[in-house]
Design a protein around this ligand. Structure first.
Ligand SMILES: [Zn+2]
Length: 369
């Protein structure tokens, strides 16, 4: 060992006791809560520091990494390929839902864990058939096939589902109404509100609360996302028994604020997503065997927070570094790496710089595969 090697080992040994507290892969698989801020780049995340009323919840994450987001077909991914990387562990083409680059259906982490008796949940502020949530339970070659995705929900194993998308189940172009399907399978479907049921272990629950995507936060969505997260956790607590659960929660519309180059829309969605993160972190802190992973599929909008230029008497234009304004470089996604943050048993696995589909592999390792 050379001198530098020796120093590195000494330093590593010195810090190891601190790191080891959370560094071991847990003996028994933890509950896994994967939270996806769609389109959430570093500046989106940072915006919560400056526009929230209090310190954001995400500052509580002890482990942080960076995810490389390119898909198999493009340098810049879309949400379908981005989510399929997380759900299936494969890099695939833009538009693919739960399918490989060769358009073969690939078992998702949710499919696999459900088979092994885990309870599962999917929550989104888009329609539940939109690219990100769909990639966890459906398999279609193109993300636009939302009517097929709705049909596949009935053969998938999503125990708790909440979001929009009524039109893909009840007001379909083919005029089929899938309501009897819910009935036939004994799924409690609620199209009015986030009702707090007396949960039954053998039942599945689906909340479909908007025709398409949920109302944007800045137009009055209220506390849907944190509340649905909290309800799902209560459902798992009462029904999962001694099995863990896997849940995906998406702040879907951070992305839509980015596409619209609408800073207020984006920031309100970001703050709302952070509220849901707070719910998950509180649960994990109390439970002790739950990991919370927060990441994004890609950045959207080329968003930045820049300084205002002000006219100073006799000095001309000057930058005021204490006054922020939103700036957008694009109406689409960008190629930037995105943050990954983790809390709980095995959270240290998420430190570092890696490909987006490694997130699947890390979760599967934690799940005991
Ligand atoms: Zn997008």
């Amino acid at each position: 060992m050379n001198f530098l090697g020796l120093i590195i080992s000494l330093v590593t040994a010195f810090f190891a006791p601190n790191a080891s507290k959370e560094s071991n892969v847990p003996q028994s698989p933890p509950n896994i809560i994967l939270m996806i801020g769609d389109g959430m780049g570093h500046t989106h995340l940072s915006s919560a520091l400056y526009y929230g009323k209090e310190e954001p919840n995400y500052v509580r994450f002890p482990f942080v990494g960076l995810s490389r987001t390119s898909s198999s077909s493009h340098k810049i991914t879309d949400s379908a390929a981005g989510a399929t990387a997380f759900s299936c562990g494969v890099k695939t083409y833009n538009g693919s839902i739960g399918m490989t680059a060769d358009t073969l259906p690939h078992k998702t982490i949710l499919d696999q864990l459900a088979e092994d008796g885990w309870k599962t949940g999917v929550i989104a502020t888009s329609s539940v058939t939109h690219a990100t949530p769909a990639s966890f339970y459906a398999h279609v070659p193109m993300r636009k096939q939302e009517f097929e995705i709705a049909e596949q929900y009935f053969t998938a194993s999503v125990d708790f589902m909440a979001g929009g998308g009524k039109r893909f189940f009840f007001h379909r172009l083919d005029e089929r109404n899938l309501y009897p399907e819910f009935d036939r399978q004994g799924i409690i479907v609620d199209t009015t509100q986030l009702t707090d049921y007396d949960w039954q272990a053998g039942k599945r629950y689906a909340y479909l609360l908007a025709k398409d995507g949920m109302t944007p936060k800045y137009k009055g969505r209220g506390d849907f996302l944190p509340k649905a997260t909290s309800l799902a956790l209560d459902y798992f607590d009462k029904t999962a028994g001694d099995k863990p659960f896997f849940m995906m929660v998406e702040g879907s519309q951070i992305d839509w604020g980015g596409h619209a180059n609408n800073g207020d829309y984006l920031v309100q969605e970001m703050l709302d997503f952070d509220q849901a993160i707070g719910v998950a972190l509180d649960y994990a802190a109390q439970d002790g065997n739950t990991i919370v992973i927060v990441t994004a599929d890609h950045e959207c909008g080329g968003f930045s927070l820049v300084s205002e230029e002000v006219e100073v008497p006799f000095q001309g234009k000057q930058r005021d570094y204490d006054s922020l304004r939103f700036s957008f470089g694009s109406g689409g996604h960008s190629a930037a790496m995105v943050p990954v943050m983790a809390y709980g048993p095995g959270a240290n696995l998420f430190s570092g710089i890696y490909q987006n589909n490694s997130i699947y592999a890390k979760m599967m390792t934690l799940a005991g595969y």
